[in-house]
Design a protein around this ligand. Structure first.
Ligand code: HEM
Length: 387
């Protein structure tokens, strides 16, 4: 992300409109210069992207979901099992390690030599881990049925007891931080990990491996987060449900399509992200809009139609997905969504399996759901509400 993008992002999250920022370009330029001067003054060189935007780890909710508002450009996901007899102690130690590694301004210097900047760690528990707590009934909150292709997945790619999502603008801190977090756990056994990346955000949204803006329609206001993302009460109040699906994408096959056919699969224009029903990127899709000949502007099997909440009857889900490239033969999409009811995801995926043209270019290679724990407070260690 360029420094200018960083300034836009920072201003957006602090409530300034982009229009206001652009008309005040000179002011923005001065602000950028000021920020750079402040940071280079500390380190003696140009800051890493995000270095001027620390994200607090503690609070009612964990970091990495609503904050930062625009996901960092890199992530390292780890899905693992662990010694469930020692779960409470492991979570508490993990929370402490997260606080240490994200502590401003230095974190743990051998892991984050230039400071943690916008590093976040997000922790979730899978069904078997929830059963090992004092509230085993919570396991139903993360139950997923088998979707198309799931039954063929190897067991280690289905479910998992713990999710660690380590996200930062600086990709070099992810691996040392993950290793340090694993060392805080009792008996960790990795199922799979994946490194993910995103394009730079343009007005808050970046492109996915197919080159389309992804994550346009999402909860944005505090009210939408309260309604659709955060769990309101019980031991998981302040938490949410995270679905992680690793999709291998037929990137070459998709790219071989004519541009208009690609847009028809998504239901949006690649260049601008605007819905094929018209308007600009952030306008609502008009699913009923038709051409003069009566044909639908958003094709019947377009992804944007299939996933639309009006068909699934589901509230909004927060998508913070990443691209991955594991090898030349394995490129794809780490789909990551947060919602307070797993049914929001389930109803959507079932409908995609039925009618979505995009699923012809996607095959799941891992699937899991996790209860994201409430945030850490001074008198509330990570996971404490579950024991
Ligand atoms: C397989 C890889 C996938 C890719 C490449 C992909 C890509 C996209 C793109 C480009 C958009 C349009 C822009 C936007 O609103 O963000 C979109 C919208 C959306 N996608 Fe996906 N998606 C994928 C999988 C999924 C899955 C598995 C789900 C959930 C089960 C999902 C749910 C949604 C939703 C809810 C929308 C917004 C629809 C609306 O309200 O307009 N997507 N996706």
């Amino acid at each position: 992300m360029s420094e200018a993008d960083g300034a836009v992002e920072q201003s957006e999250t602090s409530g300034l409109s982009r229009r206001g920022l652009l008309t005040g370009a000179a002011i923005a330029g001065a602000a950028i210069a000021g920020t750079v001067a402040a940071v280079t003054g500390r380190t003696g060189r140009a800051p890493a992207a995000g270095a001027d935007r620390p994200v607090p780890a503690g609070g009612e909710q964990q970091a990495g979901i609503q904050r930062p508002a625009i996901p960092q450009q890199h992530c390292l996901l780890a899905v693992l099992d662990l010694d469930l007899d020692a779960l409470q102690g492991s979570l508490s130690a993990l929370g402490t390690r997260i606080a240490e590694v994200t502590a401003q301004p230095r974190g743990i210097p051998e892991l984050t030599p230039d400071g943690p900047a916008d590093l976040t760690v997000t922790v979730g528990l899978g069904a078997r881990a929830l059963v090992a707590t004092a509230a085993p009934e919570l396991a139903t909150l993360v139950e997923l049925p088998d979707f198309a292709g799931d039954a063929e997945l190897p067991p280690e790619r289905r479910g998992g007891e713990l999710l660690l999502s380590v996200n930062a603008s600086d990709p070099t801190v992810l691996e040392p931080v993950l290793s340090s977090l694993l060392a805080a756990l009792s008996g960790p056994r990795l199922r799979w990990t994946e490194f993910g990346y995103r394009g730079p955000a343009v007005d808050g949204v970046s492109r996915n491996p197919f080159g389309y803006f992804d994550g346009i329609i999402r909860p944005q206001t505090e009210q939408e987060f309260r309604d659709d993302v955060w769990i309101a009460d019980g031991p998981l109040a302040g938490g949410t449900v995270c679905v992680v699906r690793r999709f291998h994408l037929g990137v070459d096959e998709f790219r071989a399509l004519a541009p208009a056919d690609r847009d028809a699969v998504i239901g949006r224009a690649q260049s601008t992200g605007a819905p094929l029903s018209g308007g600009s990127r952030d306008d609502q899709i008009d699913l009923d809009a038709k051409r003069a000949d009566g044909s639908l502007l958003i094709p019947l099997h377009a992804h944007a139609r299939a996933a639309h909440p009006s068909f699934t009857g589901s509230p909004l889900m927060l998508r913070r997905s990443y691209s991955y490239r594991a090898s030349d033969d394995d490129r794809g999409h780490l789909f990551i969504s947060y919602q307070n009811d797993v049914a929001t995801f389930t109803r959507t995926q079932l409908r995609l399996d039925e009618v979505d043209d995009l699923m012809r270019y996607s095959s799941p290679t891992a699937t899991a759901a996790f209860a994201i724990l409430p945030g850490v407070l001074p008198d509330r260690p990570l996971g404490a509400t579950l024991f």
